[in-house]
Design a protein around this ligand. Structure first.
Ligand SMILES: NC(=O)c1ccc[n+]([C@@H]2O[C@H](COP(=O)([O-])OP(=O)(O)OC[C@H]3O[C@@H](n4cnc5c(N)ncnc54)[C@H](OP(=O)(O)O)[C@@H]3O)[C@@H](O)[C@H]2O)c1
Length: 266
């Protein structure tokens, strides 16, 4: 299926690792150009070198911006830098972020606030600054990556539950707002995807719960109906479809990418 992404320009926050890096790779393979964002310059440049080494990728097809999406000034600058480097903006993937474990008793306000600024206000500012550029194409895409805690409230992830459900509300309300401009706002909800972030989770399990890495890997695999952890490419494929011309009647929707794990119907 031709996704119709050739010649388009995508900005991917958190594009230096895991799901974001796989998404940038997928866009390039479809003939798009990408700007990737992350805070760690070394990791960002390493990711850019990986992307530029792809088949049929020219050095100028990839731009980088070192910045923090929780900083409104950085968000404004990253959108401007992407447009300056690559000439236009068609697709934005708001993916940057990390895990937020902890209970009501253990989670401190500063950590919760930083997470909120990254996941909710970061996406908000990204949409604000991207909108004028997306409107120019009259066919923009704004895709938010939302962890599944937003749909499944639980005591040991209370901070992520609250933040991620706010992301869902943002996506749905924003999709109404931008629909008249044919800017389609959607979400992808990953769970159990093997990335550097979930490696950290396994190490916590080993350190604090005494679970071997092998036991955790097989345990997670057993819980997932498809019998394996997902790969970043599994999420990237869903994002590429939502970004594509083939998804032109999908607005405000969200896709679970979790191998069938979660039990919710709606
Ligand atoms: N993997 C899963 O199963 C899973 C499940 C639920 C949700 N998610 C969500 O999916 C997204 C991607 O996760 P991943 O698994 O691919 O993790 P990852 O491999 O750790 O990648 C996270 C990326 O986000 C960047 N980042 C983090 N905070 C940032 C900030 N404030 N400003 C700019 N960049 C920032 C990181 O770079 P720097 O650290 O250098 O900034 C990195 O590029 C995250 O939002 C995560 O919460 C993943």
């Amino acid at each position: 299926m031709d996704l119709g992404l050739k010649g388009k320009v995508a900005l991917v926050t958190g594009g230096s690792s895991g799901i974001g890096l796989a998404t940038a790779q997928r866009f390039l393979a479809e003939g798009a150009k990408v700007a990737i964002v992350g805070r760690d310059t070394g990791r960002l440049e390493k990711a850019a070198a990986t992307l530029r080494s792809g088949d049929n990728v020219a050095a100028g097809d990839v731009a980088t911006f070192a910045g923090d999406v929780s900083s409104p000034a950085d968000v404004e600058a990253m959108v401007a830098a992407a447009v300056k480097a690559l000439g236009r903006l068609d697709i934005v993937v708001s993916n940057a972020g990390t895990r937020l474990p902890g209970t009501f008793d253990t989670l401190n306000l500063a950590t919760l606030d930083a997470h909120w600024r990254t996941k909710v206000l970061g996406a908000w500012e990204l949409a604000r600054h991207a909108a004028p550029h997306l409107r120019k194409q009259a066919s923009g895409r704004f895709i938010v990556v939302i962890g599944q805690a937003g749909k499944i409230p639980a005591a040991n992830t209370i901070g992520a539950c609250v933040t991620n459900s706010a992301q869902h509300a943002f996506v749905k309300a924003l999709s109404d707002h931008f629909a008249k401009d044919n800017i389609l706002v959607t979400a992808v909800c990953p769970s159990h995807i093997s990335t550097p972030m979930t490696e950290g989770r396994k190490l916590e399990g080993e350190r604090y719960l005494g679970q071997s890495l092998e036991h955790q890997e097989s345990g997670w695999g057993l819980k997932v109906p498809l019998g394996r952890m997902g790969a970043p490419e599994d999420v990237a494929n869903a994002i590429a479809f939502l970004a594509s011309e083939r998804a032109s009647f999908l607005c405000g929707t969200n896709f679970d990418v979790d191998g069938g794990l979660q039990r919710m119907i709606f």
